[in-house]
Write a protein that binds this ligand. Sequence first.
Ligand code: A3P
Length: 293
Amino acid sequence: MELPPRPQLFDFNGVSMTNIFTDNWDNVQNFKARPDDILIATYPKAGTTWVSYILDLLYFGNMSPDRQTSIPVHDRVPFLEICAPPLPSGADLADKLPTTPRLIKTHLPVQFVPKSFWEQRCKVVYVARNAKDNAVSYFHFDRMNLIQPEPGDWSSYLQGFMEGKRVFGSWYDHVNGWWEKKQSYSNLHYMFYEDLIEDSEQEIDRLCSFLGLSPSPEEKERVRASVTFDSMKQNKMTNYTSVPVMNHKVSPFMRKGKVGDWKNHFTVAQNEQFDEDYKKKMKNPDLKFRCEI
Ligand code: A3P
């Protein structure tokens, strides 16, 4: 497969984006959500695939084994705004999903979410990850994903992250925007990657109670065992090895799955500068506390 050159970032209504996420804009904005759709929203690299797979198993884990062994998670949970012909767009895939509920993934900042999701009062699961690990994970992802902009070296990448010059814009605006939305929209469950790492059982219980699901203890245990980092790394349906634009030799998609890997990347000076900047941008004390480690 011949790949186009790496895309360039551009300003799109105040948010840094690339064309594969804006080319289908009108269709995305006019997407017709249904009341039982579930939107999984994250800033890239916050644990989207992990939570997508958890939800998919909670809803459809008992369906035919074919589903689990032959359909990659990114087809079961389409990526709403992606548009990379000749592949079908995420909005088209989502529109045609045969399952109920439809699980749909987005990285859009809250102000760009199609209005039908709010009008239909859809349930939304938002996952946030601490800023430093999120930046590190995104850096390695941009190295291996050939349809992301060229990342450059770590030092300039981090600077760009702090300035909001990454695809889907500023991490700070993203987590803050969704946090504010939660204050007025009760169907939003805001969760944290670090909590999932620390106690996946408790987080899966919280998800179930938000979604109104009551799996048996055996079902829950099956889900928990299937979504460990090691199982997902081995599983071709969740490790993205079937995606031709990702070069797993550069960096695997299922890379480390740890909290605190930033310590292997940030210099002391970078860390001080980051903390200073973080304090200024994270005005809400609760969220500031939750998103730092
Ligand atoms: P790292 O790059 O730090 O390893 P997303 O799905 O939003 O793109 O996020 C990918 C990040 O989530 C990667 O982080 C990946 O390893 C991590 N991840 C995916 N599944 C995981 C799991 N089961 N347990 C822990 N981390 C997981």
